[in-house]
Design a protein around this ligand. Structure first.
Ligand code: SF4
Length: 440
């Protein structure tokens, strides 16, 4: 671990470094569903509340290594016990957690340990992985002692593996920004109203404000909003642009506009990485199989094959659904999960609104974790309220509920029966409801 006198060249989150360098083996999603983000936050707070007064929550840590500027927040540190904790909430059987997931957790706490020792001049530290079962509230704690020297060596090893990629990213971003500075509108003239829309979109992106725009069909709205956001990218330090749509045709229009701007043309291409995100059901090559190495060949050894697949994908640059599938299958990895990985490294992501607005949305999570300035374009934004209702509503099926009531112990069955009676009364009072489901 060395501190450089020069300004750091590449910023990255501890989580990103670990995800990139410390994962190996199969993709394995058997140890799911994970707790929701809110359950996770509440679980962290419960663990912290059990600790002593000296316990420091959400400890910010940072450091540099060979031009890599790392930052993140360790879940908790007790300076009296000199113990650093990484807290993970879970539900289910902890023994079913895949070994590579556990290894990733150790990597995180070790990197935080290295940063902590360097920052505070500690010679040793106790590292702890705290697994909180959100159902029983029981903690399982794994600990290890580590010296500052061991941890610095470990961190240096991870950084070394990331350095070539970081250098490539710096080059790519410089080339991209240079090309975007020179990017010209692809038509000789703007259509009526198109320039006004483009100017308003640019100002909104430049000032970090929201713009709600309504424009008639046929003026070229997609181009009139994508073009100014791309122009604003280098000038206003926008890290990523996301074009989010309600339906597939909207995605196609966005990709067509990006093609017009030269993002797909290999000869005189705009060096822009464009990724189309699609739902798992649409991208899956083996529907009906489970996402783990024993069931699906494209999950087997996924993380071992990922570096080559990721490199080939970013070299390709234009990653619509078909191109992404081609790259993924050439490397024997799942197209859907390769797309999830590439969302970290692409400049423009075209996807559904749920990729940002859903409770566990990929793009929102990445923007938060990496501190991105993300510019969002939402097509048909007037439909967002209805889509959000769908994303944030829980649904109860009367048929499932009645079955549950029939198989419940008497102490639970009786209140459930009363609830079902009220439910039926509600449905009688609201005859137009039709479907025997409750959403709320
Ligand atoms: S191909 Fe389908 S089953 Fe296999 S890992 Fe991908 S999404 Fe899961």
């Amino acid at each position: 671990m060395t501190s450089l006198p020069a300004a750091p060249r590449y910023r990255l989150a501890v989580r990103t470094l670990c995800d990139f360098t410390a994962r190996e083996g199969d993709l394995d999603h058997r140890f799911t569903p994970a707790p929701t983000a809110l359950e996770g936050i509440a679980g962290h707070a419960r663990v912290a509340a059990r600790r002593g007064e000296s316990y420091q929550r959400e400890l910010p840590l940072c450091g540099t290594w060979e031009g890599l500027a790392l930052s993140g927040r360790a879940d908790g540190y007790d300076p009296v016990a000199n113990r650093l904790e990484e807290i993970k909430t879970y539900r289910g059987d902890l023994s079913r957690m895949a070994a590579n997931q556990r290894a990733l957790h150790w990597a995180q706490v070790r990197v935080y340990g290295a940063l902590l020792c360097a920052e505070r001049g500690l010679a040793t530290v106790t590292l702890a992985l705290v697994y909180l079962d959100i159902a029983s509230e029981q903690e399982t704690v794994l600990t290890e002692q580590a010296t500052a020297e061991e941890l610095a060596g470990y961190l240096a090893g991870l950084c070394r593996r990331f350095l070539a990629w970081a250098e490539q990213e710096v080059r790519h971003q410089a080339g991209r920004d240079d090309a975007l500075e020179r990017l010209a509108f692809p038509h000789a003239a703007f259509r009526s109203g198109q320039r006004e829309l483009a100017e308003s979109a640019y100002k909104a992106a430049a000032t970090g404000r929201c713009l709600l725009a309504q424009a008639p069909t046929g003026i070229g709205k997609t181009l009139a909003t994508l073009f100014p956001l791309l122009k604003a990218m280098p000038r206003h330090k926008i890290d990523r642009v996301a074009f989010l749509t309600m339906k597939t045709p909207g995605r196609r229009l966005a990709l067509a506009a990006l093609q017009q701007l030269g993002a797909q043309d290999p000869a005189e291409r705009l060096p822009l990485r464009v990724l189309e995100l699609v739902a798992r059901t649409k991208a899956c090559e083996h529907p009906g199989r489970a996402c783990h190495g024993e069931a699906c060949p494209l999950a087997r050894g996924f993380y071992d094959k990922l570096p080559a697949a990721r490199q080939a994908a970013v070299a390709h640059g234009w990653l619509d659904r078909e191109a992404l599938r081609e790259v993924a299958l050439a490397h024997g990895v799942c197209p859907y999960y390769l797309g999830q990985e590439l969302a970290r490294w692409c400049d423009v992501v075209v996807g559904d609104v749920n990729h940002y607005f859903d409770a566990a949305a990929l793009l929102h999570g990445l923007a938060q974790a990496n501190g991105w300035r993300l510019a969002l374009l939402v097509d048909e934004a007037h439909n967002l309220v209805e889509r959000a209702r769908g994303m944030y509503s829980a649904e109860l099926s009367q048929r499932h509920f009645s079955r549950l009531q029939r198989h419940s112990p008497p102490a639970v069955a009786s209140p459930l029966k009363r609830l079902i009676r009220q439910w039926q009364a509600l449905l009688r009072a609201e005859p137009g409801q039709g479907e025997r489901c409750l959403r709320g």
